[in-house]
Design a protein around this ligand. Structure first.
Ligand code: HH2
Length: 279
């Protein structure tokens, strides 16, 4: 039987702790909308997350929460470019969270080193610009994705889709390709739990796996179930579930977690690393 220790040891031994900190330069992101819309606030937040232990900073200018309205290219560029430029100038590894080729290209020109694409469609752009690529799974688009998503076998379907997109990105010349199951993107609670329970299936593809559970509504639902009051905590109050699922993901073989609360996550990973190293 493969154990968490077997899975985690290469990660521990390599000393790599891959935490991607989120900087949303948006008025409407589901958990931090409006907090970092001001460029100076966004840049300061990105720098603080690096000081707190983030390995990548993921800068986004368009919310992809359920039912979010699309943002025009010009507005997305206006939001993200100064932030990407300032952080990249500091030497921070910056990832651009976008579904638009024009935004991805401009962000790479401003210094971004990774394209994080929730539509998994920008592999060729990453290949042409010579940066890393994250292919994430989403069923439909943000406006409709939570309207009764249906799968036959969610784990197999997500894996097959991601391998197809990741292979395409490799063929387009991308050297570093990541896959991400897209927790909450066209998935019910049971779909999200099945994907978290079977992360080894994604890890077995050989592509490094990124997981983003931070503050998502699945965690709100689980928190409500855990408490007698049954009250769903707001997105900003889902730290325990965010940390638990981040550590779980790394123990199950993921190579990076995308989180809002970097310091608490880094401390939790450190505790897990030390316990595993001493085992
Ligand atoms: N989740 C969000 C956005 N981008 N990228 C990847 N690779 N994986 C994810 O799980 C993921 C992602 C949603 O979170 P957030 O950016 O905080 O919210 P919003 O889309 O409302 O800005």
């Amino acid at each position: 039987m493969v154990t968490g220790r077997d899975i985690c040891l290469p990660f521990v031994e390599s000393g790599r702790r891959r935490v991607m900190g989120v900087v949303n330069v948006t008025p409407d992101s589901f958990s931090d909308g409006g907090q970092f819309l001001d460029h100076r606030a966004a840049i300061a937040h990105g720098r603080a997350l690096v000081d707190q232990g983030a390995d990548w900073i993921d800068v986004g200018g368009e919310s992809t929460r359920p039912r979010a309205a699309p943002v025009p290219v010009d507005e997305e560029l206006r939001r993200v470019l100064p932030v990407v430029e300032a952080l990249a100038a500091d030497g921070v590894p910056v990832s651009i969270d976008t579904r638009k080729a024009a935004v991805a290209e401009a962000a790479v020109a401003a210094g971004a080193r990774m394209i994080n694409d929730v539509s998994a469609s920008l592999g060729a752009v990453a290949g042409a610009t010579g940066v890393a690529f994250v292919a994430m799974h989403m069923l439909g688009d943000p406006r409709t994705m939570q309207a009764e998503p249906v799968y036959g076998d969610v784990v197999a379907e997500v894996r097959d889709f991601l391998v197809d997109r990741a292979d395409g990105a490799r063929a387009a010349g991308v050297r570093e390709v990541w896959i991400d199951p897209g927790i909450g993107f066209g998935k019910t609670l049971d779909h999200n739990l099945a994907l978290l329970a079977n992360l080894d299936v994604l890890v077995a593809t050989g592509y490094p796996v990124l997981v983003g559970t931070s503050r998502k509504s699945t965690l709100g639902t689980l928190a409500a179930r855990a408490e007698r009051s049954g009250t769903v905590p707001p997105a900003g109050d889902r730290l325990e579930g965010s940390i638990a699922t981040a550590v779980w993901s790394l123990l199950r073989g993921a190579s990076m977690v995308r989180v809002h609360e970097v310091p608490a996550t880094v401390r939790a990973i450190e505790a897990c690393d030390r316990a595993l190293a001493a085992a």
